[in-house]
Design a protein around this ligand. Structure first.
Ligand code: CA
Length: 237
């Protein structure tokens, strides 16, 4: 589990980082809103702790931008004062929870656990684009009732794209998500993997789901139907 802490006050950052590492979380830190936004967009964190008062870009703006860009990572907002206004602004911007400073570390950990539990439920929700389904709980992929066997990289690529149906996944986004943070697109590895996926997912079917967005990247979309996500039983708790 990797958590991003966005907070400019070094003392607080150190305190949170040290405490969370003792709870066996991996912690990444950003010291201003701009850096926080960039890191959150590039990496896939399990959770973000986001202070409101930040240099360059405040926490509310960071949160809004992340949600606009379809980054759905759970966010706990830190507010300096216990004012209804700050809490409402934070939640309106798309934060999942908030904590008023100063807070007890135990409370932060309890909130993190609660959000991660909720997230786990979401992550076990079956994904569907057209007649293609992907079950994150079992890693089973079916198209039109027929099971598709994927390598682990192909699976991760398909999972990544199916979580953004109809949205462009740039080569940079795909590269950094599948091959890591320092990915440089100096090879055609992404195109090669997309062609593997196409062979398995689209070949032999009437409608194509994987589309090339010229000069930018790829997207998955069922152009003949509305896109749904099926909720399985675990989501009804
Ligand atoms: Ca601050």
């Amino acid at each position: 589990m990797t958590i991003l802490v966005v907070e400019d006050e070094v003392k607080i950052t150190r305190f949170i980082k040290k405490g969370l590492e003792m709870e066996h979380y991996t912690v990444d830190v950003a010291y201003d809103g701009k850096e926080g936004l960039e890191k959150a967009e590039i990496n896939s964190y399990d959770l973000i702790i986001l202070d409101i008062m930040l240099p360059k870009l405040d926490g509310i703006e960071v949160c809004k931008k992340l949600r606009e860009n379809k980054v759905e990572t759970p966010i706990i907002m830190l507010t300096a004062r216990d004012t209804v206004d700050d809490r409402v602004r934070g939640l309106d911007a798309g934060a999942d929870d908030y904590l008023v400073k100063p807070f007890a570390f135990g409370e932060l950990v309890a909130r993190i656990r609660a959000l991660l539990r909720r997230e786990k439920t979401i992550k076990t929700t079956k994904l569907q684009v057209g007649d293609l389904t992907l079950d994150p709980a079992t890693h089973e992929v079916f198209r039109g009732g027929k099971e598709i066997q994927l390598s682990s990289k192909e699976y991760r690529l398909l999972d990544y794209m199916m979580r953004r149906p109809g949205l462009v996944c740039t080569r940079t986004m795909i590269g950094e998500h599948i091959w890591g943070y320092n990915f440089t697109d100096d090879s055609n590895v992404i195109d090669v993997y997309i062609s593997y996926l196409r062979r398995k997912v689209d070949s032999g079917f009437k409608s194509r789901l994987i589309h090339t967005v010229r000069d930018v990247g790829y997207k998955i979309q069922d152009k003949s139907q509305k896109i749904n996500s099926i909720k399985n039983g675990t989501d009804k708790q």
